[in-house]
Design a protein around this ligand. Structure first.
Ligand code: BTN
Length: 331
């Protein structure tokens, strides 16, 4: 079920954010809620897995930092970025924010072709590539999907996932993440051999020669525990930086760099991004296997071409370009 962010839930969290105890009565007064209204929200937060302490004599407190997403904060940050770079690419961007949704990518499939971003605090059916589940706990990470239109051949869109990962990288560098962060062809961002972010790109025809793309990004931000046994080694920004990260700031930066990259990709294609990719690529000059629908091939990575295809030197000495597939490094 799609559930828009409840303003009362936001008010309560913003009151509790200081980490002190607040009586239910004073919370109700300041947030204009009845005692049962406060109680319902507290129960909802607990259901979402938020650690919330309650003492009859003292009220409620949040032992861990918690900053929820807010459209206005993201818009203000985007404006500031637009001002400092003199590029107001986000002026037409529509933001839709959900408390809980099955999947932000799936949601945008039903939307008209307008520049729209869908953000959610929780996904109940978050999807990764190859039909994998994308674990999406409440208010911990970024689950972001952007709807964007391209007048291009579908074959020209192969570089899109690389351009997306490069935007994620720029946003991470802008927050002080060091050079240990790498892109992994075609859609992953890794730190210390652990997955930090991934993207899921879905393309659907919109009209003759026009494609609607949905660019879904999952980025581990404040998650420190995995109650879900995620199937692969992962890391979060909080683990890397050693501090809680305000996702509003990060969302704005992600969107800013993503929109800038998409504008350039729209007009100039992938070629201008190739150098940046090579600089941060963790596969280059490694022996890898690539798996796609019906084959599994081993080869030595010779970089990428101007379309963003992975170039592999095969056992017979031939170099073959791959436009899609799942790569893993051979140790
Ligand atoms: C992957 O690495 O396998 C891709 C992960 C993509 C996850 C994001 S979270 C936002 C968007 N909504 C989804 O259901 N999936 C993408």
């Amino acid at each position: 079920m799609n559930k828009k962010l409840n303003p009362a839930l936001l008010k309560i969290v913003n009151r509790l954010r200081d980490g002190n105890y607040h009586h239910g009565k004073t919370l109700g007064e300041t947030c204009k809620l009845t005692p049962s209204g406060v109680w319902r929200i507290v129960q909802k937060l607990k259901q979402y897995g938020v650690a919330l302490e309650s003492l009859q004599a003292k009220g409620y407190r949040l032992p861990e930092p918690l900053i929820l997403l807010e459209k206005n904060k993201i818009k203000a940050q985007l404006k500031q970025l637009a001002f400092s770079t003199k590029t107001d690419i986000s002026a037409k961007l529509q933001i839709e924010l959900f408390e809980s949704i099955p999947s932000t990518n799936t949601y945008l499939k039903t939307k008209p072709a307008k520049l729209t971003v869908c953000l959610a605090e929780q996904q109940t059916q978050g999807r990764g590539r190859l039909n994998r589940e994308w674990y999406s706990p409440f208010a911990q990470n970024i689950y972001l999907s952007l709807l964007y239109s391209f007048e291009k051949e579908v074959s020209e869109l192969a570089g899109l996932s690389l351009v997306t990962s490069l935007a994620v990288l720029k946003a991470l560098h802008s927050l002080g993440v060091d050079e240990q962060v790498f892109v992994k062809w075609p859609n992953d961002v890794y730190y210390d051999n652990k997955k930090l972010a991934g993207s899921l790109i879905e393309i659907q025809p919109e009209g003759p020669g026009v494609f609607q793309v949905i660019i879904g990004i999952g980025l581990n931000v404040n998650m420190v525990e995995d109650n879900h046994s995620v199937s692969q080694p992962w890391i979060s920004l909080r683990k890397i930086l050693g501090t809680y990260v305000d996702r509003n700031i990060l969302c704005a930066r992600l969107l800013h760099y993503l929109l800038l990259n998409l504008e350039q990709f729209k007009t100039e294609g992938f070629a201008p991004f190739a150098q940046a990719w090579m600089r941060s690529d963790c596969l280059n000059h490694k022996t890898v296997t690539i798996k796609n629908v019906n084959e599994k091939i081993q080869g030595y990575v010779m970089g990428i071409n101007d379309q963003g295809h992975l170039l592999l030197k095969l056992a017979n000495g031939n170099i073959r370009a791959f436009s899609a597939g799942e790569t893993s490094i051979l140790r």
